[in-house]
Design a protein around this ligand. Structure first.
Ligand code: HEC
Length: 153
């Protein structure tokens, strides 16, 4: 019995080491395309900008600040998959390439997601405490979004 257990453990360790070699491309464009960025397209106070960048940009932009454990598989695959999905829906780095209609829809969607506390994802804020938005911060963002006059109160 102990022999079998030992073999299973060795096998699991082998798999763990083997998958470390699979490292997909990192989501960092080193500051390219900044002029298309959401925070450049709109005039926004520094605190609003910081809130978006701290709470949303790891998933919804071309620049992710990776944590040390993001380099370890299987976290790496999961994180990259999340980023891909998130950017598919909304990429703040590409904001200026979106049509007016899409921007308008997204501004409303952003407000809805934040006010209903669906974003940033709780699976993410568990590990990234600073990204979590408190009531005041949610209000700051919502007020700013309302002032963009494309957002319905
Ligand atoms: C941990 C990654 C992560 C973070 C951080 C995050 N999101 Fe998301 N977001 C996603 C994913 C993944 C989706 C795709 C939908 C889904 O699978 O839930 C999504 C979807 C969305 C959508 C829906 C887009 C649409 O088409 O309507 C909006 C809006 C959004 N996020 C806004 C935000 C905002 C604003 C923040 C910051 C306050 C944020 N997200 C932070 C991962 C994230």
């Amino acid at each position: 019995m102990r022999q079998i257990l030992k073999r299973i453990l060795v096998f699991a360790l082998f798999i763990f080491i083997a998958i470390q070699f699979y490292q997909p491309a990192f989501n960092t464009d080193k500051g390219e395309a900044v002029t298309k960025d959401f925070t450049k397209v709109y005039k926004m106070p520094a605190d609003v900008k910081t809130l978006f960048q701290n709470s949303c940009y790891d998933c919804h932009s071309n620049n992710t600040n990776y944590a040390w454990y993001d380099y370890i598989q299987p976290a790496r695959i999961l994180v990259e998959d999340h980023i891909k999905n998130a950017k598919n829906d909304l990429n703040f780095s590409e904001w200026d390439t979106y049509s007016n209609r899409k921007q308008e829809r997204l501004l409303n969607s952003i407000k809805e997601q934040i006010v209903n506390r669906k974003m940033p994802l709780s699976s993410y804020t568990v590990m990234h405490r600073k990204a979590k938005l408190n009531d005041d911060e949610i209000k700051t963002i919502a007020d700013w979004l309302n002032a963009q006059n494309k957002v319905y109160e």
